[in-house]
Design a protein around this ligand. Structure first.
Ligand SMILES: Cc1cc2nc3c(=O)[nH]c(=O)nc-3n(C[C@H](O)[C@H](O)[C@H](O)COP(=O)(O)OP(=O)(O)OC[C@H]3O[C@@H](n4cnc5c(N)ncnc54)[C@H](O)[C@@H]3O)c2cc1C
Length: 414
């Protein structure tokens, strides 16, 4: 084998795995390589936070890729002004968290470890290990492969592509008439209309913000994008399908410890475990700090169309017409859909390839992994969001990544 361990991806989940190796088995780390097309650590993570102008993490200061939970707090001892207090815990500023990760990368001596290439296939049909095909066509053999690729896909609701979510049965005849008139005058196909954008494609640092923006979504990303558009002087409407749900964290703290997890781990049926994961994540929510800013902005120019769920959007020349459940129609220049992401499941080339060679149950895009987060009996382990059927709803956030890294490193290194 050319490598003992190959880690695919160089995001926070990969860094948690490398840091765990450095902590528990430096010899194994010496025989490890990391592959990511960006050629750098945390590129996607940094891009997402900067593109959405996130100032503080949503997760507490004890969640990060270092194996020791209090290490970031220690690192911050002279930078306490970069922690904000929320819901009884401290949240690190993005810059502080970033400096901490840079220092962790240096401590582990892995600054130059990331190879700038992508993995296009994983062959598990080889004895005692796996063979990776890189996008250069080159092949690599490894005793263990750890996939930290966070395979998810953006969700654009059908109505945002010109389809209709459901018929608007309650609208008054007058509303129907107005809508029909507008449609006749304006209806145009929306497929691939660049004015309908998913949040993951928006970069507030570089993209010009038009005069009018409708942001759709009830989560933190929607709120942050709406506030950012307003700050740039856009006439901004935030449309949500249900009243804004206030919640401090992505996942309730009970899921971070044994309180919820013990019962979750006793469930044998993966379909039921998937249901619990969905229930626990419970759709978009906004922490108090940001919900407060939205309410304040609503008195200062932000239009908040709460519980108005958009039903359709149509092109009308240089405008878009967004039709709400109430029958109201909003004219806008762009529609930003902060409508989330879902597991890519076997639609992801690497997971799809594994499923074809070595089938295991996959529910809602999440594979049912072995106890050590291994794909069946192969040499491939997973860390991060696809491990939710094993680790619960916090699998994809920093805390779950560290737990996953711990389990995988224990399994590989003993
Ligand atoms: C805006 C935003 C804010 C968030 N804030 C928080 C927070 O405050 N707290 C928290 O706990 N969580 C947060 N999260 C959730 C989660 O922690 C992040 O999504 C995090 O980036 C996931 O880390 P990861 O390493 O699993 O994946 P990623 O950061 O997505 O990294 C995956 C890496 O894999 C690489 N890759 C993909 N495919 C291949 C391939 N075939 N070959 C080689 N490399 C590949 C990619 O280039 C990428 O660099 C946030 C997420 C977002 C989007």
């Amino acid at each position: 084998m050319e490598h003992r361990i190959v880690i695919v991806g160089a995001g926070p989940a990969a860094l948690a795995t490398v840091a765990m190796l450095a902590h528990r088995s430096p010899d194994a780390l010496a025989d490890t390589t990391v592959i990511d097309p960006t050629g750098t650590w945390l590129a996607r993570w940094r891009h997402q936070l900067a593109a959405q102008e996130v100032d503080h993490l949503r997760s507490p200061v004890v969640h990060h890729p270092h194996p020791e939970p209090y290490e970031l707090l220690r690192f911050a001892r002279d930078r306490h002004d970069e922690l904000v207090r929320s819901a009884g815990v401290e949240l690190p500023a993005v810059g502080l968290f970033d400096d901490f990760c840079t220092s962790l990368i240096e401590q582990c001596g892995v600054e130059r470890m990331v190879e700038p290439t992508g993995v296009v296939a994983v062959d598990v049909g080889v004895p005692r290990g796996a063979r990776l095909t890189l996008d250069t066509g080159e092949q690599r053999a490894a005793e263990h492969v750890v996939l930290c690729t966070n395979p998810r896909r953006a969700v654009l609701p059908a109505w945002s592509r010109g389809g209709h979510e459901r018929r608007h049965v309650d609208a008054s005849p007058e509303v129907h008439r107005r809508r029909s008139e507008r449609r006749l005058a304006t209806a145009g196909p929306l497929d691939d209309d660049p004015r309908v954008r998913h949040a993951t494609t928006i970069d507030l640092r570089t993209d010009p913000v038009p005069a009018r923006v409708v942001v759709v979504g009830g989560g933190l990303t929607a709120a942050q994008l709406a506030l950012a558009a307003l700050r740039r002087g856009a006439l901004t409407t935030l449309v949500t399908r249900r009243p804004l749900v206030r919640r401090s964290f992505d996942v309730e703290p009970g899921w971070i410890g044994p309180r919820q997890l013990r019962a979750f781990e006793q469930i044998c049926d993966p379909v039921e475990r998937h249901r619990r994961v969905l229930e626990a994540r419970g759709g978009g929510s906004v922490p108090d700090r940001i919900a407060g800013a939205v309410v304040e902005a609503a008195t200062d120019g932000l239009e908040l169309a709460e519980d108005e769920g958009p039903e359709s959007v149509e092109a009308a020349g240089d405008r878009l017409l967004v039709c709400l459940r109430s029958g109201r129609i909003i004219e806008t220049d762009e529609l930003w859909c902060a409508t989330g992401t879902v597991p890519a499941g076997t639609g992801d080339p690497l997971l799809g390839g594994l499923a074809a060679q070595h089938p295991i149950p996959v529910v809602g895009g999440l594979p049912e992994l072995a106890r050590d987060l291994r794909w069946g009996q192969t040499a491939v382990h997973l860390v991060g969001s696809p491990t939710a059927l094993s680790l619960g709803p916090a699998a994809g956030i920093l805390h779950g990544q560290r737990r996953g890294a711990h389990q995988v490193v224990e399994s590989i290194c003993g």
